[in-house]
Write a protein that binds this ligand. Structure first.
Ligand SMILES: *Cc1c(COP(=O)(O)O)cnc(C)c1O
Length: 222
C-alpha cells in the first residue's frame, strides 16, 4: 500500500474513533506542500476535496487537474482583487473574515451566475497575529451577511493557536462550536452546519469537539 493511502486509512480510523458524528466529517486534503502529480495520487486514493491557501497556486493546479472531479477549497486569505481568478470553479471559501470581502464574493458570484459556499473565519483565541473575525465584529455583521443572495454561509472556520496545551486548543474548538450554535439560534435559523477546524497536529481534538471539515496536509503527505 502507498504511504498516502496508508495515511488516509489511518485518518479514516481516527474519524470513526474521535468524532461523535463520523458520517458528517469530510477530509480536506491540504495540498500546498505537493505538486499536481502527488495530488493525482491522493485523488486516486480517495481525496476528492483539495484545499490550497494561495489563489495563484490553486489556479495553476486547477488548470492542470481540471478534468478530474476535484472539489476545490480555498483555505487561506483572499484579497478582493483575486476573487475573479477562482470564482467560476471554487467550491468553498473557508477564510471569509469581513463583510466587505463577503459582499465582493457575492457580487462576483452573481456575475458568474452561481452561488458560492463560504465559511466565516473566526479568531476565537483573539491572537493578534491571526486572521479571522473577532466574535464581536462578526456579531455586528450577521444581519448584513444574511442578506447576500449569491453566497451560502455554511458554517465557521478557525485555527487553534500553536501550543502543546491541549486544554487551550480544545477550548478554542469548543468555543467555535458554541458560537455556531448561538449564531444558528439568533441569526441563521440552523443553516450553519459546518465547522472547519483541526489540522495535522490537533485534528483528533477538533473531531471530538464536532469538526465536520478537517484540513490535513502533513498528516497525508509527510
Ligand atoms: C497548511 C494549512 C493546513 C494544513 O496544515 P498541516 O499541519 O500540514 O495539516 C490547514 N489549514 C490551513 C489554513 C493551512 O494553511
Amino acid at each position: 500500500m502507498s504511504a498516502i493511502l496508508q495515511n488516509i486509512n489511518d485518518i479514516k480510523e481516527d474519524i470513526l474513533k474521535h468524532s461523535p458524528n463520523p458520517d458528517k466529517v469530510k477530509l480536506v486534503g491540504v495540498t500546498k506542500y505537493v505538486d499536481t502529480e502527488i495530488m493525482l495520487e491522493a485523488f486516486n486514493s480517495g481525496i476528492t476535496i483539495m484545499g490550497e491557501n494561495r489563489v495563484q497556486v490553486l489556479r495553476e493546479k486547477y488548470e492542470i487537474l481540471k478534468e478530474h472531479n476535484i472539489e476545490w477549497h480555498l483555505i487561506g486569505q483572499l484579497q478582493k482583487n483575486k476573487i475573479k481568478y477562482i470564482i467560476d470553479y471554487i467550491s468553498m471559501i473557508h477564510s471569509v473574515d469581513s463583510l466587505s470581502l463577503a459582499e465582493e464574493i457575492d457580487k462576483k458570484a452573481e456575475k458568474a451566475g452561481r452561488t458560492v459556499d463560504i465559511l466565516l473565519e473566526v479568531n476565537i483565541s483573539n491572537e493578534e497575529s491571526k486572521s479571522g473575525y473577532s466574535v464581536s465584529e462578526l456579531l455586528g455583521d450577521c444581519n448584513s451577511l444574511k442578506t447576500l443572495k449569491n453566497i451560502n454561509i455554511r458554517g465557521l472556520m478557525t485555527m487553534a493557536p500553536l501550543t502543546d496545551n491541549e486544554m487551550v486548543i480544545r477550548n478554542v474548538f469548543r468555543g467555535l462550536a458554541e458560537l455556531r450554535n448561538s449564531l444558528n439560534n439568533d441569526y441563521f435559523d440552523g443553516s450553519l452546519q459546518e465547522l472547519s477546524m483541526g489540522m495535522s497536529n490537533d485534528y483528533k481534538i477538533a473531531l471530538e469537539e464536532g469538526a465536520t471539515l478537517i484540513r490535513l496536509g502533513t498528516k497525508i503527505f509527510k
